[in-house]
Design a protein around this ligand. Structure first.
Ligand code: GDP
Length: 297
């Protein structure tokens, strides 16, 4: 699981702090240095680490902490609170349209990030909540992607709308919406094409979809395994097309986890869900406080 190494390092720092009765300013500064190293090793964005350490240190060196009964414990509490704040404090839900109105979600991301899998995972979640989702195959460049969406949609018992690979994605989205209106689908999830790198064509295509149908939520899927690159990708997508939230996949893997810790601070956009495995049930809503507890171990 991601963060294993970070957790171990933080626990060492905390053990050390707890073992001291009183804390001097130097003790706190030394601990901060170690926490900083641990976060950087976990591939957390440098600026984010700097800001985080500054916040924790300012609070930890205050009189009430250092003269308190249990200063080590207090510092740990501060680290926990600042980790939660870093990840956005509150759980963010995907905003759905009120009543029976159709919500259109556009899924975006680089190829291999886990977009198609996550699209099907998300549809399953909303089906359980009583929605009637329609998955839409807008990735017209890889026939395998259309097939994959169909197979996963079937597994989830969710309808998949496809027009093959010879139409423009924006036209497919428009037709899908027409289909949804006729068939009573109240959640339309567009699976768009990813490429290996961000390029103008990909952005133009997403833009065209947005200009053709009313997209209510644009969700970016990023791969935790790619660390800071994932965060850079998120920043660029947000600047170019505007995103409402992020899903971080593959947090179950042997990753350092830095992407999950940095993305909110860098882009200002919340993590909505995290992918914890290849199975279609392996998608978890994101709770900053629970994630902080996991990290602290
Ligand atoms: P796309 O190109 O972005 O549509 O990516 P896919 O949905 O095809 O996923 C690429 C690979 O990542 C597939 O083998 C998925 O099973 C795998 N994958 C997706 N999400 C997760 C996850 O959360 N954890 C793990 N371990 N694998 C994932």
């Amino acid at each position: 699981m991601a963060f294993d190494s970070l957790t171990e390092k933080l626990q060492n720092v905390f053990r050390n702090l707890r073992s001291k009765g009183r804390l001097t300013e130097d003790d706190v500064k030394e601990a901060m240095k170690e926490i900083k190293r641990a976060l950087l090793a976990a591939d957390v964005n440098f600026k984010v680490v700097k800001g985080f350490i500054k916040n924790v240190q300012e609070r930890a060196i205050g009189q009430d902490v250092m003269n308190g009964l249990n200063p080590g414990q207090m510092v740990i509490k501060i680290v926990n609170e600042e980790l939660i704040a870093l990840m956005g404090s509150e759980t963010t839900e995907i905003k759905l349209q009120p009543g029976s109105a159709i919500t259109v979600i556009m899924m975006a991301g680089l190829q291999g990030a886990g977009k198609t899998t996550t699209t099907a995972k998300l549809a399953g979640k909303y089906k359980l909540k009583g929605k009637k989702p329609l998955l839409v195959a807008c990735d017209v460049y890889r026939p395998a992607a259309i097939k994959q969406l169909q197979v996963n949609g079937e597994k989830q018992g969710v309808e998949v709308f496809s027009m093959g690979d010879s139409h423009r994605p924006a036209d497919i989205a428009r037709a899908a919406l027409e289909h949804a209106r006729k068939n009573g689908n109240n959640l339309v999830i567009l699976d768009t094409a990813g490429r290996l790198h961000i390029d103008e064509d990909m952005m133009a295509e997403l833009q065209e979809i947005k200009e053709t149908v009313e997209v209510h939520q644009t969700i970016l899927v990023i791969d935790a395994m790619t660390g800071q690159d994932a965060v850079n990708v998120a920043e660029e997508f947000n600047q170019k097309i505007g995103i409402d939230g992020v899903i971080v996949t593959k947090l179950d893997g042997d990753t350092r986890g830095g992407a999950a810790l940095s993305v909110k601070a860098v882009t200002g956009k919340p993590i909505l869900y995290v992918g914890m495995g290849e199975k279609l049930s392996d998608l978890e809503q994101f709770y900053p406080d629970r994630m902080a507890s996991r990290i602290l171990g």
